[in-house]
Design a protein around this ligand. Structure first.
Ligand code: G
Ligand code: MN
Length: 402
């Protein structure tokens, strides 16, 4: 029985289909449904906050369902969405991906013909979920950092750039094997993530200086951990363009020495989509780095344009499988397939593999079965401040001892 009085809206341009849906919904949610063939009407009801659950037919001869989906995204519809279509599963799944990219919460995809049982199951699923799910994946708020603020920080006048650390766990032992350094910007007591300032740094040519500042702070923290008794490997994200700076390899190595950090503790994570154009231009610098003992990791693997050719050219020692393939891989055969072949590729190149962005025990188990070496994701730990990663390391040591 529907006790929460879920308010359902159905958009379909087929009158017979609307009639059938109305009849089924009458049985499931009583009179709380709106069945319409008018997208304007539908948007108006949703904007008025009168809808919790939308059934959208994507196969409407006289109307563009995808367009409507986009409109839902642009009015930031926070309720749930069910996509209905006669298309095959792959088309439906891709439509779902599109909806998610608009920030929509897709509760279910439904193949036609629709039957009473599935409608009832969906409404029940909606009722037992914790209400409308939050908007996914978007940059929150209107935070803005100016070029001046960034320059002041780089000049050392302010100190808003701060680091957090996300542990990377060895899958064989479950213990911390290292961590990734992630940058944040402190503004009015909140920590803003890189998408709020890294793109601006790229646009304004400040990225090199910003990267060097991040690198320095990372070395400082690594030294402080060592002073607390923990010699730990760290990974730092690095923009490949910065490698064209004069004398960059020497600077990186010298700075490591300044902080008494053995270069073998350092991995630079290079996002593959930054390596467009001539790889050869950077290859020389990358090789120098490797010969000086710094390791290279290919980050967000699978999302860039030319991942495979980069693998061929650059001797990365580690591959990080992008979280879009790791997260819920066991429930999506497409993610699973790409995840599995990434692991196999890494093996053939003699690289170690990090599964990034796993959030559940299923994600951990799936990564383990595929033979990943490391796991870095919310399931084990979010990125944390210095004191917290120190505490994690201390707890681990205490547990091992006693
Ligand atoms: O591009 P790169 O892989 O360096 O980005 C790491 C980002 O991924 C960080 O901002 C970090 O906060 C985020 N992240 C790490 N683990 C998880 C996870 O399990 N889930 C989600 N949604 N984000 C994660
Ligand atoms: Mn990274």
């Amino acid at each position: 029985m529907n006790t929460r009085l879920t308010r359902v809206l159905v958009l379909d341009d087929d009158q017979l289909q609307l009639k059938i849906m109305r009849a089924m919904l009458d049985r499931v949610v009583g009179a709380h449904s709106t069945c319409t063939d008018d997208p304007q009407d539908a948007i108006a009801s949703i904007k008025a906050g009168e809808v919790d659950l939308v059934f959208l037919d994507l196969n409407m001869p006289r109307m563009n369902g995808l367009e409507f989906m986009k409109a839902l995204g642009s009015i930031a519809y926070r309720g749930a969405l069910v996509l209905v279509s006669a298309h095959n599963d792959r088309v439906l799944e891709s439509s779902k991906d599109l909806a998610v990219s608009y920030g929509l919460n897709v509760l279910e995809i439904l193949r036609k013909p629709v039957v009473l049982e599935s409608i009832s199951a969906i409404v029940q699923k909606f009722d037992s979920s914790a209400g409308p799910v939050k908007k996914a994946g978007n940059v929150s708020g209107k935070a803005s950092i100016t070029v001046e603020e960034m320059q002041l920080d780089i000049a050392g006048v302010t100190d808003n750039l701060t680091l957090v650390y996300q542990p990377k766990y060895a899958m064989a032992t479950g213990r911390i094997a290292g961590y990734e350094v992630l940058s944040r910007w402190q503004q009015d007591g909140v920590l803003l993530s890189p998408q709020h300032f890294i793109p601006l740094a790229h646009e304004t040519g400040l990225i090199d200086e910003l990267s060097m500042r991040i690198y320095r702070k990372a070395l400082e923290a690594n030294r402080d951990l060592r002073r607390n008794g923990f010699t730990v490997e760290m990974s730092v994200n690095f923009s490949i363009g910065t490698l064209s700076l004069q004398g960059i390899v020497e600077r990186l190595v010298d700075m490591a020495q300044e902080y008494e950090t053995d270069p073998s503790l350092i991995t630079l994570e290079i996002t593959e989509d930054q390596i467009y154009g001539s790889i050869q231009e950077y290859l020389e610098k990358l090789m120098y780095l490797i010969f000086r003992g710094i390791k290279l990791s290919i980050d967000d693997f699978g999302t860039g344009q030319s991942s495979l050719s980069q693998l061929k050219s650059i001797p990365f020692s580690e591959l990080k499988v992008d979280r879009s393939f790791v997260y819920q891989a066991s429930q999506d055969y497409r993610s699973a397939a790409l995840f599995e072949s990434s692991v196999r590729l890494a093996r053939q190149f003699g690289m170690s593999v990090v599964a990034e962005g796993g959030e559940t025990s299923e994600d951990w188990e799936f990564a383990r079965k595929l033979g990943c070496d490391y796991f870095q994701g919310y399931y084990k730990s979010k990125p944390v401040v210095f004191d917290a990663i120190l505490a994690l390391l201390q707890r681990e040591r205490a547990d091992a001892a006693g």
